[in-house]
Write a protein that binds this ligand. Structure first.
Ligand code: BTN
Length: 270
C-alpha cells in the first residue's frame, strides 16, 4: 500500500495555514520499528519534530517488551521531542500523548477513550497504543521518541478493533484515508505534549481523567478489592481499598505502577 505524502502534507497544512509545518516527515514502506529508525535519525542529527512513518514494521515494539504486530493497513509512526522534564516524570509524556490523540480523534467524531495507562479504546476494544522511549542525562530527559500504533484497516486480535470496521458500521468516512488519520494523530501528539509543557501536569491529568474509561472500576490487588479513583503524576493508578479493622471500614489509598496490573476492556465514555 502506497502512502500519499502530499495528502498528509495538505491535511497538516490546512491546520498550520501559511506557517511552516513543525514536522520533518520521513516515510518508509517497511522498517523494523519506527521508534528504532527515528533513534538512528536522531543520532544522525535530526531534530525534535522529526517524524518517521512506515506502512509496515517487521519488529514493532509494544509496551513491557512485547511485540507489536504491524501488517500493512495499520498506522505506525514515531515523533521526536525534546521535553523539559525530569526522568522520574517520563511517564507524563505517555499520559500527555494518550490524552492528546484521544481528544483529537473525539473532535473528529470518533468516541475514543483511554484505558490506563496508554491504550486507546473504541467500543470497549483496543484501537491503538503508545510506546515512549527516552534518553536521560543527569536525571533530565534529553530526547524522547513517542511511538504510536493505531489499527486502521489491519487485522486485529479479539480484544482489538480497527477504525475501518467501526466507520463502516457507523456510516463515517472521516478517516477513509490513512494519511488523514496520520495528520490528526500528529496534531494530537503535539497538542498533548504542549498541554503538559505549557499548562502543567495537574491540568493535563484532569483532562486525561475525563477520558479515562477505568474510573470507578473495581480491581483486585494482593487479594484486596480496590476502586479506581485516579492516576498519580507518575502515571500510577490510584486505588481506594476497603478493608475492615476490628471496629469499622477503613479506606486507605494505594497506587500501582504501569505494567504491574492489567485492567479489562470496557465501553468508552459518551
Ligand atoms: C502498546 O503495546 O500498546 C504500544 C504499542 C506501540 C506501537 C507503536 S507502532 C509505532 C511505534 N514503533 C514501534 O516499534 N512501536 C510503536
Amino acid at each position: 500500500m502506497e502512502f500519499n505524502r502530499q495528502l498528509l502534507v495538505d491535511s497538516l497544512q490546512a491546520e498550520y495555514k501559511h506557517q511552516n509545518l513543525p514536522f520533518s516527515l520521513h516515510i518508509f514502506d517497511n522498517v523494523s520499528s519506527t521508534n528504532q529508525t527515528l533513534w538512528q535519525l536522531i543520532d544522525q542529527g535530526e531534530k525534535p519534530g522529526c517524524v518517521v512513518i512506515a506502512t509496515q514494521q517487521t519488529a514493532g515494539r509494544g509496551q513491557w517488551g512485547r511485540q507489536w504486530q504491524s501488517p500493512t493497513g495499520g498506522l505506525y509512526l514515531s515523533m521526536a521531542i525534546a521535553p523539559k522534564l525530569e526522568a522520574t516524570s517520563s511517564y507524563q509524556l505517555t499520559l500527555a500523548t494518550a490524552w492528546g490523540i484521544t481528544a483529537q480523534l473525539r473532535k473528529c467524531g470518533i468516541p475514543v477513550g483511554i484505558k490506563w495507562p496508554n491504550d486507546l479504546i473504541l467500543d470497549g476494544r483496543k484501537l491503538g497504543g503508545i510506546l515512549t522511549e527516552t534518553k536521560v542525562n543527569q536525571g533530565q530527559i534529553t530526547q524522547a521518541v513517542i511511538g504510536v500504533g493505531i489499527n486502521w484497516a489491519n487485522q486485529v486480535p479479539e480484544t482489538g478493533i480497527n477504525l475501518q470496521l467501526w466507520q463502516n458500521s457507523h456510516n463515517s468516512q472521516m478517516f477513509h484515508h490513512l494519511e488523514i488519520l496520520t495528520s490528526q494523530v500528529l496534531l494530537g501528539i503535539k497538542s498533548g505534549i504542549e498541554c503538559l509543557q505549557v499548562e502543567g501536569i495537574n491540568i493535563l491529568l484532569s483532562r486525561y481523567l475525563d477520558l479515562l474509561t477505568n474510573m470507578g472500576d473495581q480491581v483486585y490487588v494482593n487479594n484486596f478489592l480496590g476502586t479506581v479513583v485516579g492516576v498519580t503524576q507518575e502515571g500510577n493508578l490510584r486505588l481506594r481499598i476497603t478493608t475492615y479493622d476490628s471496629k469499622a471500614a477503613v479506606t486507605p489509598e494505594i497506587s500501582v505502577s504501569p505494567g504491574t496490573i492489567s485492567l479489562g476492556y470496557r465501553q468508552t465514555p459518551v
